[in-house]
Design a protein around this ligand. Structure first.
Ligand SMILES: *[C@@H]1O[C@H](CO)[C@@H](O)[C@H](O)[C@H]1NC(C)=O
Ligand SMILES: *[C@@H]1O[C@H](CO)[C@@H](O)[C@H](O)[C@H]1NC(C)=O
Ligand SMILES: *[C@@H]1O[C@H](CO)[C@@H](O)[C@H](O)[C@H]1NC(C)=O
Ligand SMILES: *[C@@H]1O[C@H](CO)[C@@H](O)[C@H](O)[C@H]1NC(C)=O
Length: 446
């Protein structure tokens, strides 16, 4: 674990990134060399008790019910949507969260627009797309991007966005544009999937730590949405963790005991394929898995066959089969890893039996190794509580939000970054987690 070799890997990453990548990040550009090479600081344990209070009923409409979970500054909206179409889901959501959607979307839009225009040169977008943003503005460019991906997106997703827009009385195009941003600005995040001997009692656990932008105000109105499809064409019940107005999936669990997690890659190596701006945006790849896949095998086949876009690392875990996989993802290539063949194989990213994991990026030695240390030091004793206490907090990952999934007991734990005018630490991994019992929520009737 020489510092030098860490530095070397990150510089190689930087080199490859600037030479070949056509995918595009905002945050990842700044100081990543130091971020991946030199950070050895360890975080303090998170000693907040987990909030286990009952959901409080807030409001009800024909196809939806709104609750609040958590307490004080760590409250989260828990919304149930029912229906026979995407529009039913979206309309109930937009109606119940109208005020919140109208606060989050304009602020996030304004923030990201400024960020993207200010750092356009460092985004490494295809030149033609960069020129369009510079000449015609971000809204125009994202509308064009929407045309490139439209044919891959299920019509019911657009119907749901229409429903959100109509219910919340906000411009439909703005809602669509917000959902195109994920392909342009990806966070560096962390994930694990643990099963069998790795955990206490052999539970299947999964981590999704989202390190994205905490300055866009997304965390002011965090929302866990429970979808209750009234028809099999809309899949099965699932839970999506996001913010008011956002229906893409970055974080969530399904009633089939599948969990999903994702990392945006800024430091790939040459084992990744190329990237494309046309295909199914990854937030809808993840959502499709939660909504429609019955087993991990279904999810992996879907990923193998779908028209993929950017460099990513995905995690999928299956609580029924008691296993997890990590996926090295790009437009032209895809690789599936279990604990026996996990990549990248390096002294800073060793394999662990009954575990897949990735800390912050692909070639990110210091962060990868920190996650390795945290998992191996608790090996065999890991629970959701111990992970919250001293894995994410130790590694310092998950500033915007963190989801810990107990796929054996069907329970999810969620924390969010400090919102505007809230107290306490900024980063989600330092804050109070809220327990969501999905046995109860998936069964909740309208
Ligand atoms: C890492 O730390 C060393 C020693 O403090 C320093 O010389 C080097 O420039 C740092 N590397 C980066 C990429 O910041
Ligand atoms: C909501 O649900 C009812 C039946 O449960 C349905 O008739 C109605 O069209 C739904 N959608 C909207 C957008 O109100
Ligand atoms: C799990 O632990 C048992 C007991 O130590 C051992 O026999 C078994 O090989 C382990 N399984 C794996 C997959 O490492
Ligand atoms: C937290 O985890 C680190 C690394 O695994 C370990 O060294 C430390 O003792 C743990 N602290 C507590 C309070 O459990």
């Amino acid at each position: 674990m020489l510092n030098q070799s860490r530095l070397y890997y990150c510089l190689i990453g930087l080199f490859l990134f600037t030479q070949t990548s056509s995918c595009h990040r905002v945050n990842a550009i700044k100081n990543v060399g130091a971020f991946c090479a030199n950070d050895t600081s360890k975080g303090d344990p998170n000693l907040n008790p987990i909030d286990q209070s009952e959901p409080k009923l807030i409001n009800k409409v024909q196809n939806g019910t709104l609750y609040q979970i958590g307490s004080g500054d760590d409250q989260i909206y828990l919304i149930h949507v029912y229906g026979n179409s995407g529009y039913d889901f979206g309309y109930a959501y937009g109606t119940l969260l109208r005020d919140e959607v109208n606060k989050v979307i304009p602020r996030a839009w304004q923030y990201f627009e400024q960020q993207i225009i200010d750092s356009l040169k460092s985004l490494k977008l295809p030149k033609w797309f960069e020129d369009i943003i510079a000449d015609k503005g971000l809204a125009f460019a994202l509308d064009l991007q929407n045309e490139l991906v439209r044919e891959y997106i299920d019509e019911e997703i657009y119907n749901e966005m229409h429903g959100v827009a109509d219910g919340a009385q906000i411009d439909f195009k703005t809602v669509v544009r917000l959902h195109m941003l994920g392909e342009i600005t990806r966070g560096r995040c962390s994930l694990y999937g643990l099963w069998g001997n790795a955990t206490l009692g052999g539970k299947t656990l999964q981590l999704r730590a989202l390190d994205w932008d905490v300055d866009a105000g997304l965390q002011d109105y965090p929302v866990v949405t429970i979808y209750h499809p009234g028809t099999s064409k809309l899949g099965h019940p699932f839970a999506n963790v996001a913010w008011a107005g956002y229906i893409g999936t970055l974080t969530g669990m399904s009633s089939q005991r599948l969990g999903i997690s994702e990392i945006g890659v800024s430091y790939p190596d040459d084992t990744f394929g190329d990237e494309s701006m046309s295909g199914l945006p990854f937030i809808f790849v993840e959502r499709y898995i939660l909504q429609y896949s019955d087993t991990i095998d279904d999810a992996l086949s879907f990923i193998a066959d779908v028209k993929r876009t950017c460099h990513l690392i995905l995690g999928v875990a299956d609580g029924n089969l008691g296993t997890a996989r990590m996926i090295q993802y790009s437009h032209s290539k895809v690789n599936f890893f279990d604990d026996q063949n996990l990549q990248p194989l390096a002294d800073w990213h060793p394999r662990i039996p009954n575990a897949i994991y990735s800390g912050m990026d692909w070639l990110c030695p210091s962060r990868q190794f920190k996650l390795y240390t945290a998992i191996t030091e608790q090996y065999g004793q890991i629970t959701p509580e111990s992970s919250i206490k001293n894995i994410t907090a130790y590694v310092k990952t998950g500033d915007l939000h963190v989801g810990v999934y107990d796929l054996t007991d069907n329970v999810m734990y969620v924390a969010n970054a400090r919102g505007t005018n809230e107290q306490g630490p900024l980063e989600a991994y330092k804050r109070q987690f809220v327990k969501v019992d999905l046995n109860i929520e998936f069964a909740r009737q309208r």
